[in-house]
Design a protein around this ligand. Structure first.
Ligand SMILES: *Cc1c(COP(=O)(O)O)cnc(C)c1O
Length: 470
């Protein structure tokens, strides 16, 4: 065993990991990365097929981002945002606001940026701001929140309270505050979808009456009648991640945001996974960076993290509107200050990396590359329909989930205890492709620099791994 692997086994406790299983095999110790390739301590090379858990955008050791971090290093790595401003954070805030503009007068305008460290904290900030805004400006004494079934918004206590994944969250039930869950669209497994399974994305051939939207409407109506209206609704726009890569049918987000607005509720968009082109370039001439914008929706809170620094450093941002900001203005003794912050708020190295990320995203050649990568992924994935254990293939831009089932004609799932997803990913790793499943769903989310050949290898290895496992 490699000496570093031995140290890991002796001292490190890994996230979301049954450590008893972890101790059974030698862990892969990653020592290098370049482009879409990761190299371990034994010199084995792998394709990073989930962008290092959905964070990396432009590949590892991207020269532009490396250069930006090196230049920042020669000045300063970190100074506090308490009482001090700094260059890269000021520039980044202004660029984020410009890039998140949606020229539509009926929608809120995002004007302010609150920085933090990761996705969970970006959501905590939105949650606390929405809570306090609703108390101050809507007179709600104890504001309530509505979020989606299967939602995942992070692992800090507030973010967990907004989440609805029993496997992760039920153990902490008594530690959490209560939020309501509303039906989330999941066409492939929707009880209201009357269509029989086909070898295609269920969003396209479904037969339903938009019951998922009616459920949202009913939830808001019920809250209003009980005189305890919702302060805010939290959504993962276009595709829910940790729920199992579950995409929404076109126009769901627009309809739901209209319902929320009609009930005066704020809209919190968790774009921790979806931001910065992940869900596709949209129109090539004015590429959409944010999933919400694909549906013409501007939230009141836009939360970004994972890919913000290109996936290089922990950095997050919560964008919000002038009315929310103004609700915290006052004379000091009014104590209207937003009493919240983190040691590394507005960190310079992270902000410098993020500025480089945004410049890469704007490059027209990069946009073209993302469009062709998306098409390549669609094309290669379509081969998998030939495998009977493939129940559903769900792709939104550069995110894909392949759900494995016992029988595609009945959609019968494998029990979670069989760990089919993990076993398939284990075989893929032996073929030199790294990713992690969500239950029985294999996640593919390649970095934007992934070549057509690498996409082919990813899908080949998935196909082989399914045959080997089952
Ligand atoms: C990853 C993720 C989070 C949590 O982000 P962390 O950086 O892990 O705290 C929140 N929401 C979504 C949609 C995510 O994918």
């Amino acid at each position: 065993m490699h000496p570093l692997a031995r140290l890991d086994r002796k001292y490190v406790w890994h996230p979301f990991t049954q450590m008893r299983d972890w101790m059974k095999v030698e862990p892969r110790v990653i020592v290098r990365g370049r482009g879409a390739i990761l190299t371990d301590a034994h010199g084995n090379r792998y394709i990073d097929a989930n962008s290092s858990i959905w964070t990396n955008l432009h590949g590892h050791q991207n020269p532009t981002i490396n250069r930006a971090i090196r230049q920042q290093l020669t000045r300063i790595s970190h100074s506090s945002a308490l009482g001090l401003a700094n260059e890269p954070a000021s520039l980044l805030a202004s660029e984020l606001i410009l890039s998140a503009r949606l020229p539509r007068r009926s929608q809120p305008r995002l004007t302010k940026v609150f920085f933090s460290d990761d996705g969970s904290t970006a959501l905590e900030v939105a949650l606390k701001l929405a809570w306090e805004f609703s108390r101050r400006c809507r007179g709600l004494s104890s504001p309530r929140f509505l979020s989606m079934q299967g939602a995942y918004h992070g692992d800090t206590v507030g973010a967990v309270s907004l989440g609805h994944i029993d496997l992760f969250h039920s153990a902490f039930g008594d530690l959490l505050f209560k939020t309501d869950a509303v039906m989330a669209p999941f066409c492939y497994r929707c009880p209201f979808n009357r269509a029989r399974p086909e070898r295609a994305d269920a969003r396209l051939y479904r037969r339903c009456d938009w019951e998922c939207v009616s459920h949202v409407e009913a939830a808001f109506d019920k809250a209003r009648k009980s005189r305890r209206p919702y302060a805010a609704m939290v959504v993962e726009p276009r595709i829910q991640g940790a729920a199992g890569m579950i995409p929404q049918p076109a126009s769901w987000l627009r309809r739901v945001s209209e319902i929320a607005r009609a009930h005066d509720a704020l809209l919190i968009a968790d774009e921790v996974m979806t931001a910065f082109g992940r869900t596709g370039a949209g129109r090539t001439h004015s590429p959409f960076w944010f999933a919400s914008h694909h549906e013409g929706v501007q939230p009141d809170f836009l939360c970004v993290a994972k890919g913000l620094s290109g996936g290089y450093l922990p950095l997050a941002a919560t964008l919000t509107t002038q009315p929310v900001f103004d609700a915290f203005l006052g004379e000091y003794p009014d104590f209207k200050t937003f009493f919240h912050g983190h040691s590394f708020t507005g960190n310079q190295l992270g902000s410098a990396a993020a500025l480089a990320n945004l410049s890469l995203l704007r490059d027209p050649e990069g946009v073209r590359q993302r469009v062709s990568l998306e098409q390549e992924l669609t094309h290669e994935l379509s081969r998998l329909w030939a495998i009977p254990a493939v129940g559903d293939i769900r792709q939104v831009g550069l995110v894909a989930g392949v759900e494995l089932v016992r029988d595609w004609t009945s959609r019968e799932p494998f029990p979670l205890s069989e760990q089919v997803g993990f076993r398939v990913c284990d075989h893929m790793a032996r073929h030199g492709v790294l990713t992690r499943p969500v239950g029985n769903v294999i996640v593919l989310m390649p970095p934007y620099c992934t070549t057509a050949r690498q996409v082919r290898r990813i899908v080949d290895s998935l196909a082989e791994a399914i045959l080997e496992t089952l």
